[in-house]
Ligand binder design. Structure first.
Ligand code: UDP
Length: 476
């Protein structure tokens, strides 16, 4: 199988996990992962790839040759990425061609942001699948986007009423991500392009599991029944949760040792994805709130966004100067109960520590799944992309998170930080969320066991049309 993740560690990790899962049950397969490294790469990918390559021989990475992209008229960093991926198409074609000369490619699985590469696989006669790295509920919105686009000539957020989609409750238009709001933007056109292209694959592999998202399951079923210009929609294979392992080799041993020395369930972890960043004012406000909450904490702090508007550098911040950024004396005053990490933590390993009792998160889908797999309740503080929708589901539909109340400008005051941290860690509400999380954690583990829903679905995909001998027919 050949995988083509879009740039960014949040898209690479689940695809590597998919590779590992397939290899566990089909050891005769090999997985080749095509990697493209644009200038905005955070730097997290290279060490991760070398760890994976050294541990698993059947996974090989092919780094595609660099391409040159002029950065004029780029309205969003994702536009840059999509244009970049388009330029990578000839290199993808060459890589697939050369692999197919040596072996039969059973499937080409590309991230849904890499849909410009679909034609390459089609031209070579390779079965092409898409990998969708977010929630089923949001996949429904994404697949329905061409219809939404036709129905609403303006910006969604200007609508006076909620959006109505098959199988979903009425959705406030503000839940539609910024990149899908404004039809005058290039990035909007790109989303429209991908949402029309993804259904043309042989199937969609979804990084979620049926027991986590009853609403998403219902919505996708309703969408399948919804005629799509007479064209049948492709099958959706729920194959999650695919999350990074609890790898402790990421270089933050001191942090993990500190966590191991804290009482069980006593530490709140704050981390906002691979690229989430706050203004200096917001960072200070979080510090004040955390200190006032009186809770133990582990907080990943990244440098605030720079003033210069070079979108190609957006994802590569410098190391933060904590003494300068945080309120005077904060680090000293909280030294006995808190730890601040610069820029990055081994998140999955941190979440799996017994000491971690809550997670203040931006609700990126990988973070949600990692929290679910570790059974850690969340406080939902969405920042960008489809995180508002994920937060809406986590708080309302699933009851797995408390909501962090943001001002109209997205700013969160210190009192609110303290309130939701306390609610998460100490209150009856937090306790009930923790109990629900524990149950969902069990169902996550079951989904990937032999006989579990996701493993059955994966097997159906792997065997689709191939009649491979299955090792997975026995019940758990
Ligand atoms: N991550 C990490 N350490 C950090 C920040 C992020 O290991 O300090 C990992 C996290 O565990 C997750 C991924 O990066 O696997 C982020 O993916 P997510 O979908 O949550 O957010 P995104 O970065 O795509 O916004």
């Amino acid at each position: 199988m050949v995988f083509f993740p879009s740039p960014g560690i949040g898209h690479l990790i689940p695809m590597v996990e998919l590779g590992k899962l397939i290899l566990r049950h089909h050891p005769s397969f090999s997985i080749t992962i095509l990697i493209t490294t644009p200038p905005f790469e955070t730097g997290a990918t290279a060490p991760y790839m070398s760890r994976v390559a050294s541990e698993i021989q059947a996974i090989t990475f092919i780094e595609l040759p660099p391409v040159e992209l002029s950065v004029t008229q780029i309205d969003h960093s994702l536009t840059f990425m999509f244009e970049w991926l388009l330029l990578c198409k000839p290199a993808v074609a060459q890589a697939l061609q050369s692999i197919s000369e040596k072996t039969v490619i059973r499937a080409f699985v590309m991230d849904s942001f890499c849909s410009t590469a679909l034609d390459v696989a089609t031209d070579l006669g390779v079965p092409a699948y898409f990998f969708y790295a977010s929630a089923a509920a949001f996949l429904t919105v994404f697949l329905y986007f061409p219809e939404l686009n036709k129905q609403n000539p303006g910006k969604f957020r200007d609508l006076a009423c909620d959006l109505v989609l098959p199988g979903l409750p009425p959705l406030p238009p503000s839940l539609i991500p910024e990149v899908m709001q404004d039809r005058n933007k290039k990035v909007y056109e790109w989303f429209l392009y991908h949402s029309a292209k993804v259904p043309q694959g042989k199937g969609i592999l979804l990084n979620s599991f049926e027991e986590l998202e009853p609403l998403g399951l219902k919505a996708l079923q309703a969408l399948m029944d919804h005629t799509h210009g007479g064209v049948p929609r492709p099958p959706v294979y729920w194959i999650g949760p695919l999350v990074g392992g609890e790898d402790r080799s990421g270089g933050d041993n001191d942090t993990l040792q500190w966590l191991d020395s804290q009482p069980a369930g006593s530490v709140v972890f704050l981390s906002f994805g691979s690229v989430g960043r706050f203004s200096e004012a917001q960072i200070r406000e979080i510090a004040v709130g955390l200190e006032n909450s009186g809770q133990r904490f582990l907080w990943v702090v990244r440098s605030p966004p720079r003033e210069d508007n070079d979108r190609t550098k957006r994802l590569r911040p410098s190391e933060p100067d904590l003494e300068e950024l945080l309120p005077q004396g904060f680090l000293q005053r909280t030294a006995d109960k808190g730890l601040v990490m610069k820029s990055w933590a081994s998140q999955a390993a941190v979440l799996s520590c017994a000491a971690v009792g809550g997670f203040v998160s931006h609700c990126g889908w990988n973070s949600v799944l990692e929290s679910v797999c570790a059974g850690v309740p969340m406080a939902a503080w969405p920042i960008y992309a489809e995180q508002a929708m994920n937060a809406f589901l986590m708080v309302g539909e699933m009851g797995l998170a408390v909501a962090v109340e943001r001002g109209d400008d997205g700013f969160v005051k210190a009192e609110e930080v303290a309130r939701c941290v306390r609610e998460l860690m100490e209150s009856e509400v937090g306790k009930r969320i923790r109990e629900r999380m524990a149950a969902v954690k069990d169902s996550a583990a079951r989904a990937l066991r032999v006989g579990g829903s996701s493993l059955k679905n994966l097997e159906a995909m792997v065997n689709a049309g191939k009649h491979l001998p299955s090792s997975l027919e026995t019940e758990a």
